[in-house]
Design a protein around this ligand. Structure first.
Ligand SMILES: [Zn+2]
Length: 253
């Protein structure tokens, strides 16, 4: 069995790893409100567990190791809700760059951010390009979009606006750690913006603009079976993505 948790290795093990092919994976989560029914660690919990499962599915010949999650992200859209602990954009970028510099110094060639929180996405892209320019690392951003088309039917509303603490996230936490979900507090709530929010025009928003409970979606439609199906699907998708990234080269070859 390959040890895929980088931090379980010694410095000499890490020095001697085959780094020409291979990728280091940094799960990036958030500590932020997820409605009255889910824990504030939801994003970190989900991205870490999906990644752990994906790594177990990889064939032996794929070289990939995970780093400890960056548990905190940029979550100022949720700051009105107690328990949200957010890094500023500046701090978040600085932490990502410091981690990447150490990764490059150790001789790795590929770093991938595996992101569990939409509010981190834009800054991860910024960090990735800056790190590429500064260190020469190949940097990849794996965004939450890779698991939002689940292997079961979602309503049109949920597909479009079930973006936070709704059917998908609630089902996943129910599958992973049912004891920390309060289904009796689960609600259904959709934002009703005057124009689609996720197309070619965007608007900056804060959670209280659209939701009193912090929920966007139908948490009442969640169940553990959907969570297990989604967990399997998401980890398979992620394993395929990691395989491709592990030997990706920039340039025309
Ligand atoms: Zn979330």
């Amino acid at each position: 069995v390959i040890e895929r948790t980088l931090t379980h290795l010694t410095w000499t093990d890490i020095r001697d790893l085959e780094k020409e092919k291979g990728v280091l994976l940094l799960p990036v989560g958030a500590i932020e409100q997820h409605g009255p029914h889910l824990p504030v660690a939801t994003d970190t919990l989900l991205v870490t567990n999906i990644l752990k499962r994906a790594l177990q599915l990889l064939p032996q010949e794929v070289a990939a190791w995970r780093l400890p999650a960056l548990s905190y992200g940029k979550s100022n859209e949720h700051e009105a809700f107690p328990g949200t602990i957010s890094l500023s954009g500046e701090t978040f970028l600085a932490v990502l760059k410091d981690i990447a510099r150490s990764v490059a110094r150790a001789g790795f060639r590929r770093l991938a951010f595996v992101n569990g929180h939409g509010g981190n996405s834009a800054l991860l892209e910024v960090a990735a390009r800056d790190i590429r320019a500064e260190t020469g690392l190949m940097v990849f951003c794996v965004q939450p979009a890779f698991w939002i088309e689940p292997p079961f039917k979602l309503s049109e509303e949920e597909k479009q606006y079930g973006i936070h603490a709704g059917e998908l996230e609630t089902s996943l936490v129910l599958a992973l750690q049912p004891g920390i979900v309060k289904m009796d507090k689960a609600v259904k709530h959709y934002m009703k913006p005057p124009m689609p929010l996720f197309g070619s025009v965007s608007v900056a928003w804060l959670t209280p603009d659209w939701s009193e409970t912090g929920v966007f979606g139908d948490a009442t439609a969640a169940n553990p079976d959907k969570g297990i199906a989604l967990l399997d699907y998401a980890s398979q998708r992620l394993a395929e993505i990691i395989s491709k990234i592990s030997h990706f080269e920039v340039g025309n070859g």
